[in-house]
Design a binder for this molecule. Structure first.
Ligand SMILES: NC(=O)c1ccc[n+]([C@@H]2O[C@H](COP(=O)([O-])OP(=O)(O)OC[C@H]3O[C@@H](n4cnc5c(N)ncnc54)[C@H](OP(=O)(O)O)[C@@H]3O)[C@@H](O)[C@H]2O)c1
Length: 235
């Protein structure tokens, strides 16, 4: 059996689409979830090994790594998708917001990559790390300052891990802007946000899945960030 692809935060939306797509291609998947949503049952029925993981503490990361290593001694890829989008607000302590954002977007990938290096090196079909970052890495964000900084840290981890793990493991980022709206987003917000890119659409999970396939299949890209943003920097 081929080495599994690990997808973090696979209980919904883009992470779920990544995991289901890999399973459809008969690639084994290990998926992490924090909340047990109905989609986790769907993933299990499709053949994924689903592991509960809460990365908000270092103990949570340690416990996940221990469970993962008990399940497999090799990985074809790690897709760091798990994410939160906390804004700065009068109701929250900025120190807590920054700590939470750095924990999920920077500490978690950093520690999992270091701990799982040899699992990737054991893959006999090439190996990849893919960091899901964000377009705001280039531009900052007035309403999500800590989020943007933590995704910028993740983008920088791409460079360091590409150096460290070459040539056995390719390490790249996907930097999306709007892929899909959240359920509660109103019409005015949707209209305003769509106008922020040249292409003016919310392409949905399929665009992210195509980019994932591109990076997994390509033998000569490492240490790069692929902008998945409809031409947003040009508007
Ligand atoms: N959607 C977009 O338009 C867009 C735009 C730019 C960048 N991105 C990036 O693309 C990726 C996927 O986006 P998405 O919209 O599909 O994300 P999402 O809907 O917010 O899902 C992220 C998943 O990460 C999990 N997660 C969050 N904090 C966690 C923690 N501390 N420990 C363990 N799991 C945790 C969540 O678990 P729960 O199920 O428990 O909440 C959730 O299922 C993210 O990295 C995001 O930053 C997306």
């Amino acid at each position: 059996m081929s080495s599994p692809i690990l997808v973090t935060g696979a209980g919904q939306r883009i992470g779920l689409a990544f995991a289901l797509h890999c399973l459809e291609q008969r690639k084994p998947v290990i998926a992490t979830y924090r909340t047990r949503r109905p989609a986790v049952d769907t993933l299990e029925q499709a053949g994924a090994l689903c592991i509960h993981a809460d990365f908000s503490t270092n103990d949570g990361i340690d416990s996940f790594i221990e469970t993962l290593k008990a399940e497999t001694d090799s990985l074809r890829a790690i897709i760091h998708n798990a994410s939160d989008w906390l804004p700065e607000s009068p109701a929250s302590d900025p120190a807590d917001v920054m700590a939470a954002m750095m924990q999920i977007h920077s500490m978690t990938p950093y520690r999992i990559n270091l701990a799982c290096r040899h699992l990737l090196e054991n893959s006999d079909a090439g190996a990849d790390i893919i960091h899901m970052t964000d377009y705001v890495v280039e531009k900052g964000s007035a309403k999500h300052i800590a989020y943007a900084a933590s995704k910028a840290a993740l983008s920088n981890l791409t460079l360091s891990f590409a150096r460290l793990l070459s040539p056995r493991v390719k390490v790249n980022s996907i930097a999306p802007s709007l892929i899909m709206f959240n359920a509660g987003d109103g019409e005015a917000y949707r209209e305003k946000t769509l106008k922020k890119s040249l292409l003016g659409i919310a392409p949905g999970e399929a665009a992210a899945v195509q980019t994932l396939d591109f990076l997994l299949d390509n033998p000569y890209i490492t240490g790069r960030s692929i902008g998945l943003d409809g031409g947003r920097p040009l508007v």
